[in-house]
Design a protein around this ligand. Sequence first.
Ligand code: ACO
Length: 703
Amino acid sequence: MSCDQVRALLRPRSIAVVGASRNPRKIGHRILANVLSSGFPRDCVFPVNPNAGEVLGLRCYPSVRDVPVPIDLAVIAVPAAVVPQVLEDCGARGVKAVAIISSGFKEVGNIEAERRLVEIARKYKFRILGPNIVGIWDTVARVNVSFIDVNPLPGGIALISQSGALIASLLWWTRERGIGFSSLVSIGNRADVSEADLLEFFREDPHTRVVAIYMEGLGEGEGRRFLEAAYETARVKPVVVLKAGRSPQAARAARSHTGSLAGSDEAYEAAFKQAGILRAQSLGELLNWSLALAMAKEPADGGVVVLTHGGGAGVIAADVLGRWGVKLMDIPPDLAERLRRYMPPFGSTLNPVDLTGMMTGEDLRGALLELLRDDRVGAVLVWAGQGAIPTPQELRMAIQGAVAEAGLGKPLVASITGGEECRSAIRELIEAGIPCYESPEDAASALAAICTYYRGRGKMRGELLHARGDEEVVREIISRAVREERALLTPIESFEVAKAYGVPVVEAGLAKDEEEAVKLARALGYPVALAVETPDVPHKTEVGGIILNLNSDSEVIDAFHRVLRNVKSKAPDARILGVSIRKMMPRGVEVFVGARRDPVFGPLVAFGWGGVAVELLRDVSFRLAPLSSGDVEEMISETKIGRLLRGYRGRPLDEGAVKQAIIAVASLMEEFSVIGEIDVNPMFVYEHGAAAVDVKVYLRARR
Ligand code: ACO
């Protein structure tokens, strides 16, 4: 989507309001009233209603086709059944963008009707926002194209929301707190314009300093484009996302709300990490972080200083910062000396700095000034509470005074805790460009979000990695399985597929009878393991289909017959193709490498602690393919097993072999769309080398 089309949507020069009712209680009437009262030029607004001659003093046109000037944006508030005809009219008139307020589409199961809207838009090459939206507000164009009669304050946050009601209520909430926006966009069912389109626009928009998104889910196969748009945007300005629908019951609710596809939370989490998105866990965090990020400068080199007049708040703030990995700096002696001037002898110049309950407004101002002026201080959190000597207004003036004198060359986040008077002081500080919160936790988490964003911003994803494998081998095995309508490759096939792309696997071979089994066992060298070769039983231990630690020819012959008997009795329908003989590997550190296909994001690759207790340990890290070198590094460092590999209380193990396996699995998933899932578990890792002793490759059901 071109940014021009988004501009027409968010910052139009002319607007047609279709369904501009004469009845002041109807939505179409209210939209027209809001467009007019928001300050948008009256002569650029065109009501459309075939049943009215005039609404709100403006001449009405029977159809968009009749509007005498070119239209950037048509906003539609007519019943769902009428919308297709209105879109045809918009297309014929050359409208650039359309916002559909009307409900009654995908969210209630009318998928076909929604698809039809997109078809019409494609035919005429315009774009659709919605349907099922509450509207758009843009403080740059000074326009309110919604049926809610409140306007946001201007500011640097662009908010995109899949929930219309949420945006509407946030308007009141943020106005009261002095939080300002460049745009607020309700995207409803997202039939056409998506978060990715808007991210591309806001990335270039000089009025937007941070993009905040409330998301319930993306559509099938949409994930990769979102990830790329978010990654490119996050390199320039922060992107904060609140993704709801984590638990199964919440995911169900999200599906019925906007008809969005759930996708797995692991995939969203991975996407957010790979794109450099900050993931908020609550609406409070989404807004608190966005507020601070919209105002903050990049932290200077050096650590964070917490300035308080009460030990408790300092400890609370230090705790939150610590959880995020944000370090408090050691205060250098000369700075400590200067800070001493603003505290009694029992104050503390350790960090958090404690000016004590004796603190006056002048002390606060003086100490803060020292911190803002000192180049060794990277960022400052200042907390003050009601009840000490200064009043909330004096606290506010002290903070504002220090900023006025020193300027804001580094992030400063404030918190003033107390009653009603504090809330006014907070609001005034926000209006003066200083993010301020009621609680020290909120201030600390906002500062942590700033530090985290800027710490990650310079970090590129790194080069994308692809394993070069023997495609022919894999293609042949898969074609055979597809021909035979199998959902699972046999163990030997799975080993071969994994090996072809570089997963280190145990040496193994297929034997059809006992002589072949013995021959193979001798060739591999004892001890060996013997397993039934079948495409029909994924978990062989459960049917007695695998026997380990065979040390002689006679044991192999005995195991051969025992395994076949077991499988025939416990899984009588399983097709038996023989047995596999595998070299018995010494036990190493057991890891798991796997991948499955997420409906939204595509291949999702996992790495973690392997073996039988995978579910129990849940020591696993996910990333979406294609993987970059940075992704693979992080997958390993995020897990406990990764620390073990890197030599926790012992010698480091062969991390290179693990990386090779991860990249191989990711590449197989990327190149062969028919593979649905790969499980390499366990893979033994040694000081030198590794060997996967069980590999399962599942194929996707044909659609
Ligand atoms: N072109 C233009 N105007 C037309 C046309 C047409 N082809 N056909 C009819 N109209 C006029 C009607 O004459 C009427 O004007 P009038 O009152 O002066 O006669 C006006 O358009 C509205 O038509 P109605 O049939 O009266 O429709 P109504 O206003 O009852 O409902 C609406 C339309 C609001 C779009 C409704 O169908 C709807 O979808 N409501 C839900 C909206 C919503 O909640 N959106 C999601 C928000 S997100 C959230 O969570 C809050």
